[in-house]
Write a protein that binds this ligand. Structure first.
Ligand code: FAD
Length: 387
């Protein structure tokens, strides 16, 4: 009997844990190595769309995700900064499958709980991977090593493995930063708790809200221009007064929500240019390590989930370096297109268009694009390539 394939994943974020679930579902052994002493995500929302949700549902996570996620549908709309209506927002795929707003910790927890005992090893910072004909050796900061057949770098935008495969480079600063936070539904009487709402400004600003935690909390994200470059800012609490001042004079729904918050956190926004290759023999990349993108299509985590599904399906049929190469070949175009789309959409939301009427026209027409983004079924794409 042939030995079961064994894959090491470096990084226990949403991408790494989703990939681990997908691989196990395909009968492949997985160990996830995470550098932090325990798994965790920031206290903010993440919008999970049908193109990734359908796969998480297929591997048995539907009940668990629906229990903690927030259905997003009625009243989802785009507005100008004064609150005037621009267009309805497409939140579902053509088959009616809806998106979920999620607290990041709830998503990460659901993915972690579905893994077998011992599949995640924390407190292991990978410093590099070596490989030979027989497999890979992972090297960790404390001097320990671990062996596997293949290695996957899911270690985020500052990926060590990316540097090893593609050389060193700096992430690209977008010129804006995001303030984020959560607010209880009770503090927002009358707020449409199933709606994703975006207010598009000018001068590089926009504001969005969507529900999380079974529609009992609202997640808000405020984007403002900034020349300040910082990567490790999650621990930085933002100045609520600065945030309020940035949106003074906007629609009363925006200013009213900001009047009710007492804390927020901020984050610099970065992406990178697409890589021409992200696999080297027995080592590949996934999620932000491979293709970090701006959040303006809400797709970074969703694309990471798609990656994991494609990787697992390819390795089930081609259990070796050939499978990794086929996975990368399948994912490169899709992820580059979404990366570019996120940059473009940010310009729309921020009013970085000379002609706002043109911007509004494009937003109104974006439903068809959203639908095609959400209809994409990566498992079907793998089958097509393998057929
Ligand atoms: P990460 O989440 O960065 O995880 C990497 C993991 O690897 C971490 O746990 C880290 O500790 C670990 N690690 C790093 N180096 C090592 C090492 N050397 N050894 C071991 N472990 C290591 N995406 C969406 O789909 N929808 C959204 O609504 C959305 N909103 C966003 C809003 C904002 C403001 C931002 C900034 C991003 C948003 N994104 C969204 C993008 C999304 O957050 C990311 O694309 C996604 O979290 C990437 O997941 P990942 O697992 O690839 O990387």
């Amino acid at each position: 009997m042939s030995k079961k394939l064994n894959v090491a994943i470096i990084g226990g974020g949403i991408g790494g844990l989703a990939a681990a679930n997908a691989l196990i579902h395909q009968g492949i052994d997985v160990t996830v190595y995470e550098r932090a002493p325990e798994l965790g995500e920031v206290g903010a929302g993440v919008y999970i769309t049908p193109n990734s949700l359908r796969h998480l549902y297929r591997i048995g996570l539907e009940d668990a995700l629906r229990a903690v996620g927030a259905a997003v549908d009625e009243g989802s709309e785009y507005y100008r900064m004064d609150g005037s209506f621009v267009a309805p927002m497409q939140t579902t795929a053509s088959d009616g499958l809806e998106s979920l707003g999620m607290h990041r910790a709830d998503l990460l927890g659901t993915l972690a709980d579905a893994l077998p005992e011992g599949a995640v090893v924390t407190g292991r910072e990978c410093t590099g991977v070596t490989q030979d004909e027989a497999g890979v050796v992972l090297h960790f900061a404390g001097g320990e090593t671990a062996r596997a057949d293949l290695a996957v770098g899911a270690d985020g935008i500052q990926s060590r493995l990316r540097e090893q495969i593609a050389g060193a480079s700096h992430p690209i600063h977008s010129g804006s930063l995001a303030f984020r936070g959560l607010i209880d539904a009770e503090a927002l009487p009358g707020w449409p708790m199933r709606a994703f709402q975006i207010w598009m400004g000018d001068g590089g600003k926009h504001f969005m809200t969507y529900p999380v935690r079974a529609n009992r909390m609202m997640n808000y994200v405020a984007f403002i221009p900034s020349s300040e470059e910082t990567l490790e800012s999650w621990s930085s609490e933002g100045d609520v007064e600065v945030l309020r001042a940035a949106f003074a004079g906007w629609d009363k729904r925006v200013t009213g929500l900001l009047d009710r918050i007492d804390r927020c956190y901020w984050w610099g926004l970065y992406d990178r240019e697409p890589l021409s290759r992200w696999t080297d023999g027995r080592v590949t990349l996934l999620g932000d390590a491979a293709h970090p993108m701006l959040p303006h299509l809400g797709q970074g985590a969703n694309q990471a989930v798609e990656d994991g599904v494609a990787l697992a399906a390819m390795l089930a049929r081609k259990p070796g370096p050939e499978g990794l190469a086929a996975y990368e070949a399948l994912r490169r175009e899709r992820t580059s297109t979404v990366q570019a789309g996120a940059r473009k959409n940010g310009k729309r939301y921020d009013g970085a268009y000379p002609d706002q009427a043109q911007r509004d026209k494009e937003i109104a027409a974006s439903a068809a694009f959203r639908k095609s983004l959400y209809d994409f079924d990566v498992a079907r794409e793998v089958e097509k390539v393998l057929a």
